[in-house]
Design a protein around this ligand. Structure first.
Ligand code: BTN
Length: 326
């Protein structure tokens, strides 16, 4: 009932009659009053006015199942939400949820991750109250070789979600980091389960730095948050909701061609280092060239000094600016 009342308060935007709530849920006025008090304890500013009812004056930056459900307005992406106050890793969690049959579009969000995972076996620092640690479950009916492009689709979605919520333009560092003022603001980790080459499910985990005031020594030169860069606080649930909305749209475009044909222009517009020299660090060695953006397969085209072009495919490759992280 708490979630539904919160949803109604948000949808109405004005007064919600206590009497109507009692009738709708078949409960007493005291029961409704108790729910309102619970919401107030969580930080929602709710005013009760005699003969008018309850009105929601402001929403805090809290993450909860109810808050997420009342903020996300999509058909499928994030429509089934699991929220954890604390978990090892939302990627690991959602894999378990996938194994137990949860549907395409299920989203797991955590306040704290004890074992947040980054790419290449690194860990992902995930303290409470300051970031978005979330994983989306997909059950795409596509060729497994195309699945790595879903990371790019998510990078685009996070960039647009941040823009819609905050007005801030972030850039994409191919394939899947988001940067703001040349520092990392979001990382994405995609994992896949296949059987006989067929995709069982794909998990896309995103870590978005929202309100950190600082970072551990090892990453403080390259990591940043929306708060550090803008001095402003943003509501994490709104960002989650906008990312899910954007993902739903971009995913549809992706599925039409099973590649980045419809998205590459927008991706390249947001690409950091486009037209600049980049250093490609591949297991076979490193080389530099000019970044010309992605092609429809999601590979980064790099023009070498002799004028030839090479396609860099994501995986164990990392691309950076010649002078540092970007
Ligand atoms: C990277 O840039 O190295 C990828 C970082 C991905 C972090 C997110 S946070 C939510 C999800 N759960 C995890 O354990 N990792 C991803």
């Amino acid at each position: 009932m708490k979630g539904e009342i919160l949803k109604l308060l948000k949808e109405t935007g004005g007064y919600l009659s206590g009497q109507e709530l009692c009738e709708r849920f078949g409960v007493s006025r005291t029961a409704v009053w108790k729910v309102m008090n619970q919401l107030k304890d969580e930080g929602y500013e709710i005013e009760a006015v005699r003969n008018k009812g309850y009105v929601l004056r402001s929403t805090p930056d809290v993450l909860s199942k109810e808050e997420l459900e009342s903020t996300i307005h999509t058909d499928w992406a994030g429509a089934n939400v699991f929220f954890f106050e604390r978990t090892d890793s939302t990627n690991t969690r959602i894999k378990r949820l996938a194994e137990s049959g949860e549907p395409h579009g299920t989203l797991a969000v955590a306040e704290i991750q004890d074992g947040g995972k980054g790419r290449r076996g690194r860990s992902w620092v995930s303290p409470p109250g300051v970031g978005i640690w979330m994983s989306l479950l997909l059950r795409p009916q596509i060729d497994s070789v195309s699945a790595s492009m879903l990371t790019l689709v998510m990078a685009l979605s996070v960039s647009r979600g941040i823009k819609e919520t905050t007005g801030i333009d972030t850039q994409i560092k191919w394939p899947n980091d988001l940067v703001l003022n040349r520092k990392k603001i979001c990382g994405i980790l995609t994992e896949m389960s296949t059987e006989l080459m067929e995709i069982q499910y794909v998990v896309i985990g995103s870590g978005i730095n929202v309100s950190q005031e600082g970072f551990p020594e090892e990453i403080k030169e390259t990591a940043t948050s929306l708060l550090i860069e803008t001095g402003k606080q943003y509501r994490r649930s709104s960002i989650v909701a906008q990312v899910m909305k954007a993902f739903e749209e971009y995913y549809q475009s992706f599925c039409e061609t099973e590649d980045m044909s419809g998205l590459k222009e927008e991706y390249n517009k947001r690409l950091v280092n486009l037209g600049r020299e980049v250093l490609v660090l591949a297991p076979s060695g490193e080389f530099s060239g000019i970044s010309e953006g992605i092609n429809e397969k999601g590979a980064l085209i790099v023009r070498l000094a002799d004028g030839t072009k090479t396609e860099v495919i994501s995986g164990e490759v990392s691309v950076r600016g010649v002078y540092g992280y970007v």
